[in-house]
Write a protein that binds this ligand. Structure first.
Ligand code: GUN
Length: 295
């Protein structure tokens, strides 16, 4: 059996077109959605992600600005900047790129973001709303994963899902989405993590496995059930002297081998990654529309 590829790149393009049409409508009504992105330090991967977020905004008609702060920025300074963005009525959405430098308490910074401008869905209020089944904004990577599954008619309703990775960015919010008592969800979700005694024991019984732990090629064929759905959230750089850059990107799953036994699989790159940005645009338009007219 050769797995069907879940093509995130093409779907992200389609979603961006849908969002662009919504932006054009909002602009006609006198509102240009505006996203402010804050990045602290020089982490190369974060810089690339933030750059692609800014470019995607521009292509979609969303106004965006990036506040680039030095590694030495204090927590107090960062909280002040977030406070100013909260108070600025021309800013609809705020995103503070994670991870933050080690001296800064990320939770304190995320908590400081006005929940109504929280395009990441990371604030306690928005995580709480998601858990209660009344979501406002939903974290972009998990939202992108379910969009990718739904729009490819992957059977999700009632599935046994195993998520490997318990991060606030992916694992926890994805578990909350999939366990909702609502049509197309109703999944039985197991979250495995670094202290799970035997991860393969869980992944082997899953209909859908989500690998989001940040370990290159962690998920192998002997860890999954034939015919299962593999969602790979990992983006890892591995050395490869045969490439011009000296490295290549691989996911958390052994893509080549798993493609022969899975029913559906996401590639890396071009799977989940592009959808994170597309869902950010969607969230930005949502918060801008709600700021304008409460609908
Ligand atoms: N770092 C990795 N993914 C994300 C994300 O979705 N949002 C933010 N703010 N930081 C991230």
């Amino acid at each position: 059996m050769k797995a069907t590829l879940l093509d995130g790149k093409t779907l992200a393009r389609q979603i961006r077109q849908e969002v662009a049409a919504e932006v054009a409508e909002l602009v006609r009504q006198g509102v240009t959605p505006h996203l402010s992105v804050v990045i602290v330090g020089d982490d190369p991967a974060s810089r690339i992600y933030v750059g692609s977020k800014g470019k995607a905004c521009k292509k979609t008609g969303i106004a965006s600005n990036t506040i680039q702060l030095p590694e030495t920025t204090s927590q107090k300074e960062l909280l002040e900047i977030v406070g100013n963005l909260n108070a600025d009525e021309s800013v609809h959405g705020i995103l503070v790129q994670l991870p933050l430098p080690s001296g800064i308490d990320s939770d304190a910074v995320v908590c400081a973001i006005d929940p109504s401008k929280d395009v990441d869905g990371f604030t306690p209020e928005n995580i709480g709303k998601l858990l209660l089944g009344t979501p406002y904004t939903v974290a972009c990577t998990p939202a992108g994963i379910v969009e990718l599954l739904d729009r490819n008619a992957v059977p999700v309703e009632g599935a046994d899902v195993v998520i490997v990775g318990r991060s606030n960015i992916v694992g926890k919010p994805l578990a909350a989405i999939l366990m909702q008592k609502t049509a197309g969800r109703n999944c039985t979700v197991t979250v495995c993590h670094s202290r799970t005694k035997d991860i393969a024991r869980y992944t082997r019984s899953a209909d859908i496995v989500v690998a989001a732990l940040g370990k290159p090629c962690f998920l192998k064929t002997d860890m999954v059930k034939p015919g299962s759905v593999i969602v790979d959230v990992g983006i890892n750089r591995v050395e490869d002297p045969s490439t011009p850059k000296g490295y290549r990107l691989v996911g958390d799953a052994d893509f080549e081998a798993l493609s022969d036994i899975a029913s559906f699989i996401t590639p890396v790159p071009g799977g989940v990654g592009p959808l994170t940005v597309a869902m950010l645009l969607k969230n930005t338009v949502k918060v801008a529309r709600l700021a304008k007219c409460g609908q």
